[in-house]
Write a protein that binds this ligand. Structure first.
Ligand SMILES: [Zn+2]
Length: 404
């Protein structure tokens, strides 16, 4: 964006000043359409344009009646009276967040500060059918728009972010892993965009969970964070030096498929003895069922764990230790400040204790001392909150149509 200011410099001679100005004006309007009321100084900071360029453009937009001024309530940066804020006239835009898990679809419609106005969640077998999950997501978006008093099919949507339970290629948005058979080779962002009539930005569920907890949850204020989603699958979102790290093909952080036991069972990824086969909630239920009966579910197991049931506590502690062993190696590589445990397993105290014990045992002592392990505070909503962050930032991949 700063290119617009530099466009009259050496190397771009011949670019008409009016073209540069029009480009800068589009940049300012784009920012205003996606943000809460904002000061001229913030517009300059966020767009990279100079303050004088921003002042000139805002003056023009005020005269044309495109934007309006209001008085802020927070003191200006560095003290002083609150600055004058600029916003677009007319109805403000809204953000849409979509979180597609292995077993659920959750949707939120929020204001431009990502404060939810309406939210809906439904259970669905996402692994079974991508089309069913995407149809449901589109339907829930319309329901949320109506519930928020905005009206279905609204043109007030200015950003849509989505998380899916598998890795997506960071340039194409195509699902790249056989972990989700019905989704492989497809572009969930493009397919939801087709249903909503708006561009959609996509990332995997652990990455959006990490964004949610970093921006609005347990990892606020931290720049080196490992977010581990521990539920029916195990995955990690890595925030390094304040930025999400996706890797070359979007598979960074797939710790659920680290080799754990050479002779272990075959995993859904096609390998054998992956960590996930020993630690994921449904696998622990299978281990416990011979003793606790076929009616045991992940929810009941976690409840028994909270009540201090000896057998369940043992299994959760062992699972935590196994996961912690893998996280410890990751900590030695990355030296994070904080590990946030998300997913439904975060509520089991013995699971968290097992993770911490293994990190203390297997990570370098200085590395272990430098970090805290905490449960996520956003709970089941981490994904949808992260999807709203993606909608707000537009930083994730805009999906391309799937190959025919
Ligand atoms: Zn695997």
């Amino acid at each position: 964006m700063a290119e617009n200011d530099r466009a009259t410099g050496p190397g771009t001679r011949g670019v008409a000043v009016s073209t540069v100005r029009a480009g800068s004006r589009t940049v300012v309007l784009d920012l205003l359409s996606r943000s809460a009321p904002v000061s001229r100084a913030e517009v300059a900071r966020l767009t990279g344009l100079s303050r004088s360029t921003v002042s000139g453009i805002v003056q023009e937009l005020l005269v044309e009646g495109v934007v309006q001024e209001s008085r802020g309530v927070e003191p200006a940066r560095g003290g002083g009276r609150p600055p004058t804020l600029i916003s677009l006239r007319g109805e403000p835009g809204v953000l849409v967040g979509v979180d597609i898990g292995h077993r659920h679809v959750r949707v939120a419609v929020a204001d431009l500060s990502a404060v939810p106005l309406a939210e809906e969640a439904r259970p669905v077998d996402v692994d079974h059918s991508a089309d069913e999950a995407l149809d449901l997501a589109a339907e829930l978006v319309q329901q949320c728009l109506v519930a928020a008093g905005i009206g279905a099919g609204s043109d007030r949507i200015v950003g849509v972010g989505m998380g899916v339970p598998g890795p997506v290629h960071p340039r194409t948005g195509i699902v790249v892993s056989p972990i989700l058979p019905s989704w492989v080779g497809r572009s969930p962002a493009w397919e939801l965009a087709r249903r909503l009539g708006r561009p959609v930005h996509v990332d995997n569920d652990a990455n959006i969970g990490a964004l949610g907890e970093v921006r609005h949850g347990a990892a606020r204020g931290h720049s080196d964070v490992i977010y581990v989603k521990a539920s029916s699958g195990i995955g990690a979102g890595l925030v390094l030096a304040g930025k999400l790290y996706r890797g070359a093909t979007g598979i960074a952080g797939e710790i659920g498929h680290v080799r754990f036991d050479d002779d272990g069972p075959v995993c859904r990824c096609g390998n054998r003895g992956c960590l996930e086969t020993a630690v994921a909630g449904p696998k622990l239920v299978e281990l416990l069922q011979p003793a606790y009966g076929p009616g045991l579910t992940v929810g009941k197991m976690l409840e028994l764990g909270r009540e201090g049931d000896v057998g369940v506590t043992r299994i959760l502690d062992d699972a935590g230790r196994s996961l912690g062993r893998v996280i410890a190696d990751l900590c030695n590589h990355l030296n994070p400040e904080i590990i946030v445990i998300g997913g439904d397993m975060r509520v089991a105290p013995s699971f968290l204790r097992g993770i911490r014990d293994s990190i203390d045992r297997y990570a370098q002592p200085d590395t272990a001392r430098a970090l805290t392990v905490v449960p996520g505070v956003l709970g089941d909503r981490a994904g949808v909150v992260g999807a709203l962050v993606v909608a707000q930032d537009d930083t994730a991949v805009v999906g391309l149509p799937s190959p025919a």
